[in-house]
Design a protein around this ligand. Structure first.
Ligand code: ATP
Length: 226
């Protein structure tokens, strides 16, 4: 579904953050990526999202559903991102001037899809009847649930989440992660979640650790993931 081949990213000649990273993500997998601060986790997500460019390489470094990202022009990359990806990122936060229903319907609107699913998705995340509310009327946990509804509403093949529960208390974080996992498994999407939280990572199918030597699968048994 997603393949990284010798992916390298440098911010300057002295600052190589990712060094020939290779990994294959299978369809439907929910992967957590952990690692020390500054090791390049958010950089990796941004590269996969096409929001930043890797170093030039002879072979394609990021392949989504068989398509090398580097082969796409800006318009095609935007279309791929809109149609095939969903984001739970700070940078894509819930828009304050839109109602919850409008926020969740946005990916449907941008993809020319019928907008009816927005209400069903709000209901699925426990916010039935709140579609007319505005983001400022929500708690942090409710806001994250809206972000999850919006990330999944257009049935993307790939969901990218950067610290989706970073600012939530443990109980709320737990229920948000349970919901994320449940919705991912229902939709069959592949998901990559960057997190510092072992409790959040335990919800994933696999936990990868990013170090300067690359990605390593640290999952032995993960009985907490269900
Ligand atoms: N635009 C940029 N220009 C220069 N250096 C950058 C840029 N973005 C990130 N970096 C550097 O790249 C490295 C990796 O940053 P990144 O945010 O990917 O790390 P991270 O693993 O997500 O860290 P954290 O867990 O603290 O969020 C850091 O040393 C950071 O300073």
């Amino acid at each position: 579904m997603l393949e990284l081949r010798q992916l390298t990213k440098s911010y300057s000649t002295e600052r190589r953050v990712l060094d020939r990273l290779s990994w294959t993500f299978a369809p439907g997998e929910f992967i957590a990526i952990m690692g020390d601060s500054g090791v390049g986790k958010s950089t990796l997500l941004n590269l996969i999202a096409g929001l930043d460019q890797p170093d030039p390489s002879p072979e394609p470094a990021i392949i989504v559903d068989g398509t090398p990202l580097a082969a796409l022009d800006d318009d095609a990359a935007t279309r791929l991102r809109r149609a095939r990806m969903g984001f739970v990122f700070q940078a894509f936060h819930v828009l304050p001037h839109l109602t919850l229903q409008q926020n969740v319907a946005l990916p449907l609107l941008l993809n020319g899809l019928p907008q009816g699913r927005a209400l069903a998705m709000l209901e699925a995340v426990g916010l039935a009847g709140r579609g007319g509310d505005y983001p400022h009327q929500l708690s942090g946990g409710e806001m994250q649930r809206v972000a999850i509804a919006r990330a999944l509403v257009h049935r993307p093949a790939l969901v990218l989440a950067d610290e989706p529960t970073g600012n939530l208390d443990p109980d709320t974080a737990n229920s948000v992660l349970q919901l994320l996992r449940q919705e991912l498994k229902l939709s069959g999407a592949t998901a990559i979640m960057v997190t510092h939280s072992p409790a959040a990572a335990a919800r994933a199918d696999k936990v990868l650790r990013l170090t300067k030597n690359g990605l390593q699968d640290t999952t032995l048994v993960n009985p907490a993931a269900q």
